[in-house]
Ligand binder design. Structure first.
Ligand SMILES: [Mg+2]
Length: 234
């Protein structure tokens, strides 16, 4: 059986922080000159969120950190038969549902038919329910929740490699650390190899007899290019 993987969206695939910073820039917003800088940043953030929630399909406007790695994840998942789930707590905005916006965005980068779970509650609960083997998230608290609530391994996406304190904290809690999506895919590929070589000689014998699976009929890499099912053809 292939690995079952979970990927957080914001901070892992999508550059949410840049989008939020952009939403904070509102030249029309007047600040009260007497408020402290902390008050001003709280007010700015609240205004930015109001703006985001009113913006149609705002989640589709975010940039991808590593666009080519999303297509690579798709190709690897097809090759190694990984089951991939994208997990998010994004709040809804005007326009389509968070799920449709997110699915549309992921497909634009070459990962077709993505499974997106919009779960506002505990990340650990959904990871356990989905029986995931590994989760990649940019929040240590979510990684720790996954590790304590399920049997999944967690990998922290720490995009600032100089943040030694967060790295040490994650490692001390049994959470792996990567700084790019590319690196996380390298780690998962190594894990995939380990899992399949673990069962030893018996598995190799089985693989010998199942070489034909290399030629198994597969659906097209881009299902959107596929011909309709025979039952739908006139
Ligand atoms: Mg995140």
């Amino acid at each position: 059986m292939g690995l079952r993987l979970g990927f957080d969206l914001d901070g892992v695939l999508a550059d949410f922080q840049a989008g939020l910073n952009q939403a904070c820039l509102d030249p029309s917003a007047e600040m009260d000159g007497t408020s402290s800088s902390q008050d001003r940043s709280t007010i700015e953030l609240k205004r930015a969120w109001r703006r985001i929630i009113r913006s149609e399909n705002w989640w589709t406007t975010l940039a991808a950190y590593e666009p080519d790695q999303i297509a690579r994840l798709y190709a690897l998942s097809r090759r190694h038969r990984w089951e991939v789930f994208f997990l998010t707590k994004r709040p809804s905005t005007a326009g389509d549902t968070v799920q449709v916006q997110t699915q549309w965005w992921i497909e634009q980068y070459g990962f077709y038919l993505p499974s997106v779970a919009t779960v506002p509650s505990s990340r650990g609960e959904i990871v356990r329910a989905l029986r995931l083997d590994l989760v990649v998230d940019d929040q240590l608290i979510e990684c720790a929740d996954c590790v304590s609530a399920s049997t999944a391994k967690a990998v922290l996406m720490l995009r600032d490699p100089a943040d030694q304190a967060s790295r040490d904290q994650a490692l001390s809690q049994g959470v792996g650390v990567v700084s790019t999506l590319a690196e996380s895919l390298d780690v998962i590929e190594r894990l995939d190899t380990m899992v399949h070589s673990k069962s030893g000689a018996l598995a190799r014998l089985k693989n010998w007899f199942s070489l034909a699976t290399e030629e198994r009929p597969v659906l097209p890499m881009n299902p959107r290019d596929a011909r309709p099912l025979p039952s739908l053809q006139r």
